[in-house]
Design a protein around this ligand. Structure first.
Ligand SMILES: Cc1cc2nc3c(=O)[nH]c(=O)nc-3n(C[C@H](O)[C@H](O)[C@H](O)COP(=O)(O)O)c2cc1C
Length: 166
């Protein structure tokens, strides 16, 4: 992967997240690691830093690693890997080794102490700055999305590096 400036990011964020989906990875060598597919979230600026906003329900195995480790990535894979992305979005790492099942290769980066799938087209290496559980949403949204009370935690993650496939 080639490290380039975030100023060179020239994609449509709405399409990238909504249609292409991303794989969020969290964890490190010491606490273990996991990843899952997301299609909700955003990119923006907070506290003058480039950030990603991600939303992970408390029931996800990945949630545990987001709380235990500050080494987070958001990895975008081309649609050639749609099946792999579906596996990362339907199987839990509690039950199966998803990397193996989806035939993706976890790359470990010692300077960052985290993992991302080698097959990614581009990757943000990130650090969690802040998290909070979402509540007080309108009643219709609560009924539609939270009838089992499985709330989302919002993580604000600083984008530390932007890597693209060479
Ligand atoms: C297209 C797609 C998008 C998803 N987006 C999210 C999301 O934004 N937040 C979330 O908590 N779960 C989302 N999920 C569900 C998780 O990816 C799924 O429950 C996954 O199996 C959790 O894995 P884990 O238990 O190993 O963490 C999405 C699933 C798919 C297929």
């Amino acid at each position: 992967m080639l490290k380039i400036s975030l100023d060179q990011f020239n994609k449509n964020v709405f399409d990238e997240i909504n249609y292409k989906w991303a794989i969020i990875t969290a964890g490190d060598k010491f606490v273990g690691f996991n990843g899952m597919t997301v299609s909700w979230g955003g990119l923006g600026i907070m506290w003058n830093k480039p950030v990603a906003f991600i939303f992970v329900r408390k029931s996800r195995y990945t949630h545990e690693f987001l709380d235990k480790s500050k080494s987070i990535t958001m990895a975008f894979l081309s649609d050639e890997y749609k099946k792999a992305k579906s596996i990362f979005g339907s199987v839990s790492g509690r039950d199966e080794d998803k990397y193996k099942k989806a035939n993706l290769t976890p790359v470990f980066e010692p300077d960052f102490n985290g993992y991302y799938p080698k097959e990614a087209e581009y990757v943000y290496k990130m650090k969690v700055l802040y998290n909070t559980d979402l509540e007080n949403m309108p009643e219709d949204i609560k009924n539609n999305f939270y009838n089992t009370n499985d709330l989302h935690t919002m993580y604000i993650c600083e984008i530390k590096e932007y890597l693209v496939k060479e």
